[in-house]
Design a protein around this ligand. Structure first.
Ligand code: NAG
Ligand code: NAG
Length: 303
């Protein structure tokens, strides 16, 4: 009922939306988290509100839908999976802050490997100039305790991937800041036609395993105009990846660009058509690293 009312109200506001967001002038529906009852104080759990907005957007047949995360506020979102397929294109316009719960204890009995997880979604754009903050500090501290204490590359194996797209097609992530990832900041797993541009990705140099962009078994991933400074690799890719293009990427501090491991298992993984063009790499442990295992012939071509 609340959802239907919000839809009605926002359909009336559609003219104003086009003025506010020129890039989405064709948008016909704006779903603001606040209209769905979000608190946005950085303390309250606004997860259900995001799920409700997603459900409404995903079911909408009225053309392009924008889910708006208003500016000047912080919405605390717990681990969540937002699944497709949806009826039409969706944009999530992040003006404000999306933040994770800060204590790993808060994640008990939830899926530890994921925070903002999109599954089987098509034609989704995440945009808007706001901040997605994984607040990973306690995860990093945990990673290097116990038997991993002296391991330079200690990572918490179950630390969540911050923004994770799985089996998605036509996803665009642009113009947002991704920071303090518990682990990788932006991950594409079994995705095709993904675009990441005009991003700022930032975590402390000392944060373990915080790759900027991580690709697994993905096809056609183009990254451009991105600034990445983290504790992990700037961009890493594993499994079978084809047509990966990096252009105008500034990288460092961190571990540079990482391709592979290749040949770790007897099954051949293929990393093909990897194009790296116009990079600024500084203060990294490696520039571009291709990791191979001795027993297999590498199937990589870097050009
Ligand atoms: C890569 O592709 C090969 C051949 O299709 C397959 O056997 C292998 O499992 C794939 N690798 C991964 C990590 O899925
Ligand atoms: C590299 O790191 C040093 C020491 O932290 C810093 O002074 C310098 O500005 C960095 N260079 C770049 C290009 O980021």
């Amino acid at each position: 009922m609340a959802t239907a009312m919000a839809l009605l109200r926002l359909a009336v506001l559609a003219g104003a939306v086009a003025l506010l967001l020129p890039a989405v002038a064709e948008a016909r529906i704006l779903l603001s988290l606040d209209d769905f009852g979000a608190v946005g104080d950085g303390i309250a759990d606004d997860t259900q509100v995001l799920v409700d907005a997603w459900t409404a957007a995903c079911a909408s047949t009225n053309g392009h839908v924008v889910i708006h995360v208003p500016a000047g506020r912080s919405y605390q979102i717990w681990p969540v999976t937002l699944a497709g397929p949806c009826r039409d294109e969706i944009m999530i316009f992040v003006s404000g802050n999306i933040i994770a719960p800060d204590s790993p204890e808060d994640w008990e009995r939830r899926d530890g490997g994921k925070w903002l997880h999109f599954f089987q979604v098509q034609d989704l754009t995440v945009s808007g100039g706001g901040v997605i903050d994984g607040r990973g500090q306690e995860w990093w501290a945990q990673a290097c305790k116990g038997r991993h204490r002296n391991d330079k590359h200690c990572t918490a194996p179950d630390a969540p991937k911050a923004l994770h797209f799985e089996e998605c097609h036509g996803v665009r992530v642009q113009g947002v800041t991704l920071q303090n990832g518990q682990q990788h900041h932006l991950t594409f797993t079994r995705c095709s036609n993904a675009r990441a541009s005009f991003l700022r990705v930032a975590s402390p140099e000392s944060s373990p395993g915080t790759d900027g962009i991580h690709l697994v078994n993905s096809i056609s991933v183009h990254v451009n105009d991105v600034h990445i400074a983290t504790g992990g690799a700037c961009v890493s890719m594993v499994g079978n990846c084809t047509d990966v293009r990096l252009r105008y990427v500034s990288c460092g501090p961190g571990n540079g660009i990482s391709i592979g491991s290749i040949g770790e298992t007897p099954v051949a993984d293929r990393l093909e058509k990897i194009e790296v063009d116009t990079m600024f790499i500084a203060n990294t442990s490696n520039g571009l690293l291709i990791k191979t295992w001795q027993r297999m012939a590498a199937a990589t071509r870097a050009r």
